[in-house]
Design a protein around this ligand. Structure first.
Ligand code: MLT
Length: 274
């Protein structure tokens, strides 16, 4: 298990009752903890913690976070995983149901690998356990360079088509505008760190077989970034999992159709309670 120093390296937000085994919700790229607002509103009776990833929202840059958890060096999801656990420990939380959407799912898998004792349950939403292929990795380096250069956050503007499902893009123009606004406001240091960190992540499918805790695997029916094959392989690898396909949603299920997401998370936590 990785060493984690105490302190509160990441910005953290709590809602619901002060009860054991909270849900910890980790957001997708390049958004921040506010992405979970609709889901959290639907769970007023459930203890929920959300956090901003390094360089996003109110969290410090990855460089500062990595120093705080004693993991300076190459940008990686491992330092983020250690920072989530350090932030939980500083808040007195020893065990939690760790849930991540897309990039948050990659971080949840890194937490499961490095800190299994913290994980009372795992939720993998619109994500995958496999590593990038060479083309995806090259694209991430290209986006990181473009964001660090003249384009700034405009480098991620084309992502709107991948994030939202075909129905949202055709029929929910206010949501499209909201996501476009979030992409325009995405912080450059966060974009650069996250692209480099995601490019480096290894395949973690094998981690799932070692997790003897309740699991949830979920994707939007219209998600083109996490395929049905991706989620089925994760569900098969987990010893105890529920597989949920959310209708009328693409990659951003938590924004596009929050009700079934909230209900699936409620069930997951109930299964994880001692
Ligand atoms: C996300 O939504 O977090 C991204 O699509 C993750 C990725 O780029 O793989």
């Amino acid at each position: 298990m990785a060493e984690v120093s105490t302190g509160q390296p990441l910005a953290m937000y709590r809602s619901g009752p002060d009860a054991p085994v909270p849900l910890v919700l980790l957001h997708g790229f390049p958004l921040d903890a506010l992405m979970w607002e609709d889901v959290v509103t639907l769970l007023p009776d459930v203890p929920v913690i959300t956090m901003d990833a390094p360089g996003f929202g109110d969290s410090p840059s990855y460089e500062d976070v990595a120093v705080a958890v004693g993991a300076p060096g190459e940008p990686g999801l491992e330092g983020y995983a250690d920072a989530v656990v350090a932030t939980l420990r500083a808040a007195g939380v020893g065990r939690a149901v760790v849930v991540g959407l897309s990039m948050g799912g990659y971080a949840a898998l890194a937490i499961a690998e490095r800190h299994p004792a913290v994980v009372a349950g795992i939720g993998l939403l619109d994500t995958k356990a496999s590593a990038d292929d060479d083309a995806a990795r090259a694209n991430r380096h290209r986006v990181a360079r473009a964001a660090a250069g003249e384009l700034g956050s405009r480098a991620v503007a084309p992502m709107v088509n991948g994030l939202l499902g075909v129905t949202s893009r055709a029929e929910r123009l206010a949501l499209v505008a909201e996501v476009q606004g979030l992409l325009e406001a995405a912080p450059v240091p966060g974009i650069v760190w996250a692209q480099e960190a995601m490019a480096r992540r290894p395949d973690r499918l094998g981690v799932l077989a070692t997790l003897h805790v309740p699991g949830l695997v979920l994707r939007g029916a219209e998600d083109t970034l996490s395929t049905q094959g991706d989620v089925e392989s994760m569900a098969r690898a987990l010893p105890d999992s529920e597989l949920v396909v959310v209708p009328v949603a693409g990659h951003m299920t938590a924004l596009e159709n929050p009700e079934p997401v909230a209900e699936a998370l409620r069930r997951l936590r109930e299964r994880a309670l001692p």
